[in-house]
Ligand binder design. Sequence first.
Ligand code: NAI
Length: 263
Amino acid sequence: MGEIALMATTGDRFSGRTALVTGGGSGIGRAVALAFAAEGARVVVAGRRPEPLKETVALIEERGGAALAAPADVSRSGDAEALVAAAVDHFGSLDVAVNNAGVFRGGVPLADLPEADWHEQLAVNVTGVHLALQAEIRRMRTQPTGGAIVTVSSNFGVHTTAPGAAAYAATKAAVTALSRGAALDHIRDGVRINVVSPGATATPMSLRAGETDADRAERARATLPLGRVSATEEIAAAVLYLASDAAASVVGTDLLVDSGASL
Ligand code: NAI
């Protein structure tokens, strides 16, 4: 059921534009970075660990694209500004930004969650997105062509939840609210902001403790209306749509891509 028919996209929707992707060294962020590059964008690939970032850049360059690895910790004040500066210095503008970096700490009932895990999720998922939005908007509103921002939230934010995910879900609800509020504040500045809320997607983040990929596939078959998790490329396709000119009048939406989990 629901076989993945998505081919690697090619096109030129983002030719001449520069896209920044946080958390671009793995999972959804890597798929997003590759998808933008395949459609002509120059990509700044940001994240904490340099090695995976370099791998993403190499994959883009192998396919004839242009990319820059930019190590950064999005929870740190100043790092987001440095990323924006790197995009402008290397490629001349910042046209698209995807705030995808995030962490999940949970799998235990809320009462048993270590306080450090609460603070880490707040720091990366909420403060990280807040600082990134500020730095990106401050640049984009100075450009005659403005810009488009997509933040990656989760269906656990406002659409559904699961055991052991209360704190994570709270941070993702905050990501959605923050992005929608910013969308309203800055659309007249020429900066268009939207959200993609994935459900279970084929990365290690959606594996439960001790679960293999095959176990997850079985769980998805039994519990998800679609019968399978999303491919990272399917989340990337939603991100690219929202960042593209085809979505010019889509402002502050929260696009759910979750195999029907929230139904
Ligand atoms: P992932 O763990 O592969 O990607 C997260 C990326 O963020 C990693 O590359 C990591 O290095 C980076 N990162 C973490 N903390 C950072 C920091 N302080 N500064 C810079 N980079 C940092 O996992 P995945 O699945 O690709 O997740 C991407 C986004 O999608 C996250 O925001 C996650 O919450 C969200 N999401 C994922 C779902 C899934 O089932 N995989 C479902 C719903 C949402």
